[in-house]
Design a protein around this ligand. Sequence first.
Ligand code: SAH
Ligand code: SF4
Length: 373
Amino acid sequence: MINLLDFDRDGLTRWCVEQGEKPFRATQLFRWIHQRGVADFQAMSDLAKSLRQKLVGQAHVVGLPVVSEHVSRDGTVKWLFDVGGGNAVETVFIPEDDRGTLCVSSQAGCAVGCRFCSTGHQGFSRNLSTGEILAQLWHAEHHLRQRLNLPEGERAITNVVMMGMGEPLQNYGALVPALRAMLDDHGYGLSRRRVTVSTSGVVPMIERLMVDCPVALAVSLHAPHDTLRDELVPINRKYPLAELLQACKAYLDAAPRDFITFEYCMLDGVNDQPEHAQALLDLVRGRVACKFNLIPFNPFPASGLKRSPRERVQAFAQVLQDGGIVTTIRKTRGDDIDAACGQLAGEVQDRTRVQERIGQRRSIALQPVSGLS
Ligand code: SAH
Ligand code: SF4
């Protein structure tokens, strides 16, 4: 059985043509599935009966089983989805006055193994398929429309950020069709500016995304120089800062926004000193148009790290602002249901023994960094 959630519209068109159907049937089907949230072929009333019958034998539209749903006091909703084999991934809906943002996972676990990230601590199990990435949006959108009692045609989700579990650019093949379905006017109709891929810095894939499907780009920086970034974001050893910044600059030629968002997780005594802020300015100014988003670290027991005090985060932001870089401090949402950044724990069968590797490194990175090497 083919799961039709696994296709973007081009893929669905190819599949329909292989079944001897006209290409426009794929658009009809796609609209039923993604715009209306319908999974039952018999309910797709404008499809020929013969086609509906054919579909029943060959295909289905199946989402992911929901393990749990939690609603925070602030309206944030967190779902845990079962992706089989003892793995589960999380998806978070963050309502704001003028938008509804869905934070989507791309992998069960993550192989990058960042020091401050609970997903990274769990290790990597496997890539999600296109259907599993889209199923998170499909479920959330149609579920929320019902729950919020939205009028016909109104969307619950206006923005998607690929900031859940996993490194989206290490699952590129499945990611791109999912992004295309999000952007498709017959799908979710989101503008490229409202779909953000967040990456720890997989340089060759940033270069490909720019050609294949340019959307807004967020890059998780977390350190102003390679020595510290090597420790916090191990992929930096493969793609150091100079290469990463060059890729960011190039990306801007195709990007739907005229800046890159740099995310920076504020870790007490590790990367949060005024010298770090100054070094960041020296790193990016005149080199790449950017904004900074400072994320107060969300602690979890195994990290051994602490959140920077509020005043220090504010002082850090001030240095960047004074240096002419627009800087925001991320509000923590949904922390009463462990839905804040980097708290998404899911359940992952670690197939990479990344925990051991992180454990071995702990002593190095835990030493507060004073001055800049
Ligand atoms: N792998 C991608 C996207 C998922 S992580 C990436 O790293 O960009 C999304 C964001 O959450 C990243 O900026 C990441 O650095 C941040 N993050 C991870 N763990 C965190 C934590 N414990 N507290 C605050 N932010 C965290
Ligand atoms: Fe992976 Fe992103 Fe977490 Fe790093 S921060 S371990 S890249 S999910």
